[in-house]
Design a protein around this ligand. Structure first.
Ligand SMILES: CCCCCCCCCC(=O)SCCNC(=O)CCNC(=O)[C@H](O)C(C)(C)COP(=O)(O)OP(=O)(O)OC[C@H]1O[C@@H](n2cnc3c(N)ncnc32)[C@H](O)[C@@H]1OP(=O)(O)O
Length: 176
């Protein structure tokens, strides 16, 4: 992470600590409640520049026998960490995601995820994610990601007609 960072300022309209974070797309694989095969992550603003979520580890998420698939865990981190830019305002997308798998994560457990903004420089937002199984002093995974701010309407303009919600987006109903 660069040494010279911008000041972080909470967006006046973002969720306050303890309040839910609004999904950015109802069919998002990570947080969309209408995603047919998604993680259905419910996220909440945490203290400072953080977002928290809990994810029951279900059988369909299995990778190795009895434990979570690494890609599922990476997706959960991506989405929870990807929600943190909303605390300061701009939409942002992942350009870099690095995951440290520290302990097996068994099916049947509840994974507690916390992501926070470490710093911002220009369009780049540096984030960290940590996951545990109920004891925050014993993390089972950690992630670092860089998100780059975008103009969401322009960024998705040429792809939006492929969305499961293309009709709504074309009608200008949902915010991207
Ligand atoms: C509406 C909200 C949506 C929220 C979605 C959350 C869902 C969860 C998150 C996701 O999964 S997003 C999906 C996966 N990500 C993508 O599809 C992004 C694909 N990448 C791009 O479209 C372009 O790389 C992007 C528009 C983000 C940036 O391209 P640009 O041409 O606008 O900018 P540029 O390449 O100059 O990069 C901007 C800055 O980021 C830096 N950068 C870019 N890629 C990087 C990288 N991989 N690692 C480190 N830094 C990187 C780059 O060096 C530069 O730094 P400086 O401003 O200091 O010059």
């Amino acid at each position: 992470m660069p040494e010279e960072l911008d000041e972080l300022v909470r967006h006046p309209k973002t969720s306050r600590p303890g309040e839910p974070m609004r999904p950015h797309n109802m069919v998002c694989f990570g947080c969309g409640e209408q995603s047919p095969r998604g993680l259905h992550l419910e996220m909440f603003a945490g203290e400072g520049f953080s977002v928290v979520a809990e994810m029951p580890v279900e059988h369909w998420m299995e990778g190795g026998p009895g434990v979570i698939h690494g890609g599922i865990l990476s997706s959960a981190f991506d989405d929870v960490m990807g929600m943190t830019p909303r605390l300061i305002g701009p939409a942002a997308v992942t350009v870099h995601l690095q995951v440290d798998f520290m302990r097996p994560i068994p099916v049947g457990e509840t994974l507690h995820l916390r992501a926070e903004i470490l710093g911002k420089q220009g369009r780049k937002i540096y984030t960290e994610g940590v996951a545990h199984l109920g004891d925050p002093t014993t993390p089972v995974a950690r992630a670092h990601g860089i998100f780059v701010t975008i103009d969401a309407r322009k960024h998705f303009a040429e792809h939006v007609e492929r969305s499961a919600r293309a009709d709504e987006f074309k009608a200008g109903k949902p915010q991207v």
